[in-house]
Design a protein around this ligand. Structure first.
Ligand SMILES: Nc1ncnc2c1ncn2[C@@H]1O[C@H](COP(=O)(O)OP(=O)(O)OP(=O)(O)O)[C@@H](O)[C@H]1O
Ligand SMILES: [Mg+2]
Length: 222
């Protein structure tokens, strides 16, 4: 049998010389097309786990493999992220001086996609999110829910095999929360992407195929 898309083995991230054990030996695997909810109380290590998988941070011990590639061997995390990872955060992190369409097209710059093509794809993506009328607006000129949907569009725009979403609906009302969750699930199904979503929201967790539950940096069920 071929290896799972994501393999996490004995992952440890300690801070402050080991006095804070944000992750303390987490192992699990996840496959393409799955939606996996990462849950557990505040401070249990959810964001730390996503940061290590997305190479925003490096582990104290243990390893992560994505498509057979050991992330410890990656020398250019930004290139790895551009090809493999889409991030969605609780706060949208859109660039305030760029329109929604320019924001959505931004990840394609790193892949060298010509401007005309990346803008056309960004518009198509925003259209699928119900945002075609807002594509030329700056983030400050649209609603919070629209901003977050644009941030999801940006995360999905390179069609990365892995989407890491950290409290993507934390700031949204329930209608926009459902929209964002639905977009992520549909993306997993249609693109055979792995979506890992850290959330306190029971409705989103309910949409997931599987749950990974952390407590004090330890996986208590998966
Ligand atoms: N840079 C840091 N330095 C020291 N400790 C940190 C650092 N980042 C996180 N921690 C600690 O690591 C633990 C895990 O934090 P993490 O942010 O992963 O939790 P979380 O599950 O995402 O919580 P929340 O649900 O509140 O977002 C916490 O105890 C946190 O205080
Ligand atoms: Mg967190």
């Amino acid at each position: 049998m071929s290896e799972a898309l994501l393999v996490v083995e004995g992952l440890v991230r300690h801070y402050d010389r080991g006095s804070v054990k944000a992750l303390d030996g987490v192992s699990f695997q996840a496959s393409a097309g799955e939606v996996v909810a990462v849950t557990g109380p505040s401070g249990c290590g959810k964001s730390t786990l996503l940061s290590l998988i997305g190479l925003l941070d490096r582990p104290s011990a243990g390893r992560v493999r994505v498509g057979g590639l050991d992330l410890a061997s990656v020398r250019r995390p930004s290139a790895f992220r551009a090809e493999q990872i889409g991030f969605v955060f609780q706060f949208h992190h859109l660039v305030s001086t760029m329109t929604l369409a320019e924001n959505v097209a931004a990840p394609a710059v790193a892949l060298g996609v010509p401007r005309r093509r990346r803008m056309a794809e960004a518009w198509a993506m925003l259209d699928r999110m119900g945002l075609s009328a807002r594509a030329d607006f700056l983030p400050a000129k649209v609603s919070g829910g629209e901003r977050q949907r644009a941030a999801v569009a940006r995360a999905l725009s390179n069609r990365p095999p892995i989407i890491l979403a950290d409290e993507p609906t934390g700031n949204l009302d329930s209608r926009n929360g459902e929209l964002v969750a639905d977009l992520l699930v549909r993306h997993a199904r249609s693109q055979r992407a792995l979506v890992l979503v850290a959330t306190h929201n029971p409705e989103i967790a309910g949409l997931a195929d599987r749950h990974i539950v952390l407590r004090d940096g330890v996986l208590v069920s998966s």
